[in-house]
Design a protein around this ligand. Structure first.
Ligand code: MN
Ligand code: MN
Length: 467
């Protein structure tokens, strides 16, 4: 009986049970590198900057530098410092299709409004507009850092990163004390904090000199004076800026057994980093290997750095041009024969909130890479539903490489749903399945993943490209 069960039942095993001491060291080493990378890459611009550095160190070059391409060439294209595509040209003709892995490097956060600075009751604030799906109450009373760029009309770009170094100040959004919060506490959780109240506290000392006795807004003046001395900017320069508030915490190992990673922005930098790392370690590939690091996924993949733009088609067209094989409709043909892992995170089953998941179809942290045949909300609405033939092909790759995986859904039928960039590539004719790391507290300032799953993602992506 035991034997028959072993043979016939699908296995969903805790990955750690299969790990010996040597393997555990290897798993921890990959997570160590991941956490180091995360600490330098909290925003899409920072991630792309670091990714480009890594690519340069590993023999990749900007596609602009190539006049022709041949198998084995390693190229990349950086789109406006916020998204990036990398490729290794395959030994086989690209007409047989590419193997694409696509993740996103933007994460939920608070952006500064175009006119952010104001003073109220001798306190200075920055007004914000949140980016992506957040639970607003989670973003008050935590240390926040400011990252991004300010661009002056003369084109000068000032890079800002304040709140990460131990010697830097941090910023925070205040919340009401419980003693006076009776009315607030009786609101629905989602209305507890208004979007317009997510204002960042940035200063409290008024500007003083004898001539300014009569002028108003002296705290604001003092802040602008400090910014002017440090960066040479005026208030108007903040309107041509992209400044993002992100949690000032560092990525850390979690638990007595240090089996997990707690960090900001793991959706989707955990898949972005593991796929990037896997690509850096590839040499020759049969099919052209492509790595997408996209932007704007959290707000619908719009804009010219989002996956909905034609920039990716442009990159692949450039490859076809430089392979000197391009002709009408070849791009469409290449897409139709391509395969893709949409590498985005999955909701990890949380026993504290078990009621939102179907335990039989949930992704669990520590059980390996999680595949979503489809995402979509309530009745698969808006989902890219992977073909059974393709799911079987992917399963075969995973099984022959001895990689632990689980096939899951994002929450219960009437509750669940989400979206990734999968449908965008599927619309071009690519075979796509969602394939990523399960996360606890997704979209919160501090998200949790399992080191086993991080390692499993890295192995999955490497095996997919080597196939
Ligand atoms: Mn995501
Ligand atoms: Mn997300």
């Amino acid at each position: 009986m035991e034997e028959l069960k072993e043979k016939l039942f699908a296995k969903k095993e805790n990955g750690w049970k299969t790990v010996d001491t040597r393997k555990k060291e290897e798993i921890f080493k990959v997570s160590e590198k991941y956490m180091e990378f995360l600490n330098k890459s909290k925003t899409e611009r920072e991630f792309i900057k670091e990714a480009r550095k890594l690519a340069d160190e590993n023999g990749f070059r900007d596609i602009i530098e190539f006049s022709t391409l041949k198998p084995g060439d390693k190229v990349y294209f950086v789109n406006r410092e916020k998204s990036m595509y990398l490729a290794i040209i395959g030994e086989e003709t690209i007409e047989n299709g590419m193997h694409i892995i696509g993740s996103h490097v933007d994460s939920p956060r608070l952006d500064l409004k175009p006119n952010p600075l104001y003073e109220d009751t001798e306190l200075a604030y920055f007004k914000t507009h949140y980016y992506g799906g957040i639970k607003k109450y989670q973003w008050t009373t935590i240390p926040l850092s400011i990252h991004g760029v300010i661009v002056k009309t003369n084109g000068e770009k000032i890079e800002i990163n304040i709140g990460e170094k131990e010697t830097d100040p941090i910023f925070t959004i205040t919340d009401l004390l419980p003693h006076l919060a009776d009315e607030q506490m009786n609101k629905k959780l989602k209305n507890g904090i208004d979007g317009e109240d997510l204002n960042l506290l940035i200063g409290s000392i008024p500007y003083t000199d004898t001539e300014t006795e009569k002028i108003s807004e002296k705290v604001k003046l003092n802040i602008l004076n400090l910014l002017n001395q440090k960066y040479g900017i005026t208030e108007a320069d903040l309107t041509s800026a992209e400044l993002e508030l992100v949690p000032a915490f560092k990525a850390r190992s979690l638990g007595f057994d240090e089996s997990m990673v707690a960090a900001y922005g793991q959706d989707d930098k955990v898949c972005a980093y593991t796929s990037l790392l896997a690509m850096m370690e590839l040499e020759k590939v049969k099919n052209t290997a492509v790595c997408i690091l996209s932007d704007k996924e959290e707000i619908g993949s719009m804009g010219n750095t989002g996956m909905e733009s034609h920039m990716f088609d442009f990159f692949i067209s450039e490859i076809l041009n430089k392979l000197q094989i391009n002709r009408p409709n070849l791009l469409e043909k290449v897409f139709c024969f391509s395969k893709m892992l949409s590498s985005d995170v999955d909701a990890g089953f949380d026993p504290i909130y078990a009621s939102v998941s179907d335990k039989i179809n949930a992704g669990f942290i520590g059980k390996g890479i999680s595949l979503n045949k489809y995402t979509g909300a309530r009745g698969k609405s808006g989902a890219s539903d992977a073909n059974a033939e393709y799911v079987a092909w992917v399963r075969n790759v995973l099984e022959k490489n001895d990689i632990k995986y689980q096939i899951a859904e994002l929450g219960k039928v009437d509750i669940g749903g989400g979206g990734t960039i999968a449908y965008i590539l599927a619309n071009k004719g690519v075979d796509v399945i969602d394939c990523g790391v399960p996360v606890l507290s997704m979209h919160a300032p501090y998200e949790v993943t399992s080191k086993f799953d991080i390692y499993s993602a890295y192995n999955t992506y490497k095996a997919f490209w080597k196939e």
